[in-house]
Design a protein around this ligand. Structure first.
Ligand SMILES: *Cc1c(COP(=O)(O)O)cnc(C)c1O
Length: 421
């Protein structure tokens, strides 16, 4: 697919200069491009709904952009629901898809008018008994394991997510006894969709499950769209998936006797490639075997390489034509925090700005204050202009929720300290 770039190095360098470093930058045009690409891939389906997964990148400006595109919102906590409402989503445009949260939190979301997705029988039974009139979507775990050489597993047997397809008889009994109304069937396996036929196979299980319910409004296929991170990475062929799944979905609707909505909840696919993380090189350090480039950041700002072993491409935008050399890019956290091991990068000098690609999804939202550092600002690049959408934190942010109980530790007098009675 097209390598689509609307920002150049000069734009990025100017942002680093204006807003300081490190800094996150998001390109709205790339997000819009991805949204349209996915929508177009499913143009054969009459009713398509994309619910953007807020946890990938939750800045209110991004949520407002998604809302303006006609996206819904997929949320996993009551706080994400509240952020969505604040950003202007209608409650019915939000779906609450939590795992392991309390009945009270689900009731709170339902009271706000948000659509509810339940992924275990215990809560389903309790919720259905108390609120039989509130429609509920159920999250299924299809337990599809791809055979042969494919490594994809779609909702493995011991996953904590979803209601196992082997529990459908129990599920149906709960629905019948409580007289609750099931309006949707959902799966989200968390796996990357690389083999489209495996995904289609999992979809068949959803269709089979769907036949048990008479009042469905939608079938939600979750996410799993893979985007390339490094050279040679495979990405999900959404055009091919669109063709195959649309055909099957339309057949199913005919069989079912009603036009249903086909829903997805992409996070990474929409925002990953739109994001750039810019950090300055503080020190270039040559050891006996390695050249380290130490930057003014660490896993407090971007944890994916250390947490998941993710490989983010790193470009030296201050010297894009320089001779390529091998560097290990490391952070300033007092633990081993390696962003990249022996990565080929154009020659680095102290003070250069490095640009991390694919920094839109699960980067800022996973940032912390570890080592008492501030979280960086976020900048939105929209129609050729930079807009600050979140300020850098300040020292006040670090201390504002701390409660000073200093009086408990009033300093002993000088004499007592010296052991003098
Ligand atoms: C995280 C999550 C998503 C988004 O997954 P991506 O891989 O970012 O597309 C979708 N649905 C649910 C329920 C999720 O928890």
């Amino acid at each position: 697919m097209p390598n689509y770039e609307t920002m150049n190095n000069a734009d990025l360098l100017k942002i680093a200069k204006t807003y300081g470093d490190p800094v996150y930058v998001y390109d709205s045009e790339k997000i819009i491009f991805q949204f349209n690409r996915l929508t177009n891939a499913f143009s054969d389906v009459k009713r398509l709904k994309l619910n953007y997964a807020a946890k990938a990148l939750n800045n209110i400006a991004i949520l407002k952009l998604m809302n303006s595109l006609g996206s819904g919102l997929d949320t996993v906590s009551i706080q994400e629901v509240q952020l969505g409402l604040l950003a202007g989503f209608k409650p019915q445009g939000i779906i609450f898809t939590p795992n392991g949260v309390s009945l009270e939190e689900i009731e709170e979301a339902a009271a706000l008018g948000v659509r509810i997705n339940i992924d275990n029988l215990s809560i389903l039974e309790q919720f259905g008994s108390k609120h039989p009139k509130i429609p509920v979507c159920i999250r299924i775990n299809p337990h599809v394991m791809a055979g042969g050489n494919s490594k994809i597993s779609v909702g493995h047997i011991d996953s904590k997510f979803g209601i196992s397809i082997h529990q459908i008889p129990h599920l149906l009994r709960i629905v019948e006894l409580t007289k609750m109304n099931i309006n949707g069937i959902h799966m989200h396996t968390g796996s990357d969709i690389l083999d489209i036929d495996v995904f289609i196979y999992a979809s068949e299980i959803l269709f089979e499950t769907a036949k048990n319910f008479k009042n469905l409004d939608f079938i939600d296929f979750g996410s799993g769209f893979k985007v390339p991170y490094k050279e040679g990475d495979i990405e999900t062929n959404v055009e091919e998936l669109g063709k195959k799944l649309s055909t099957r979905f339309n057949e199913f609707c005919t069989e079912y006797g009603r036009e249903l909505t086909l829903a997805f909840e992409p996070g990474k696919f929409l925002v990953s490639e739109a994001g750039f993380f810019l950090a300055k090189v503080n020190v270039v350090k040559q050891t006996t075997s390695t050249v380290f480039a130490g930057i003014d950041s660490g896993f407090n700002h971007l944890i994916r390489p250390m947490f998941y072993g993710a490989i983010h491409r790193i470009i030296n935008i201050s010297n894009p034509d320089g001779r390529e050399r091998y560097y290990s890019v490391v952070g300033y956290i007092c633990e081993t925090d390696t962003f990249a091991n022996n990565h080929r990068i154009n020659e680095i000098s102290e003070g250069d700005i490095l640009c991390f690609k694919n920094a839109g999804a699960y980067c800022y939202t996973m940032a912390s204050n570890y080592n008492s550092r501030f979280r960086p600002p976020e900048v939105l690049w929209h129609k050729g202009k930079a807009h600050l959408i979140r300020e850098r934190e300040s020292f006040d942010d670090l201390v504002k929720n701390q409660v000073d109980v200093g009086e408990l530790f009033a300093k002993k007098s000088e004499k007592a300290h010296m052991g003098v009675k």
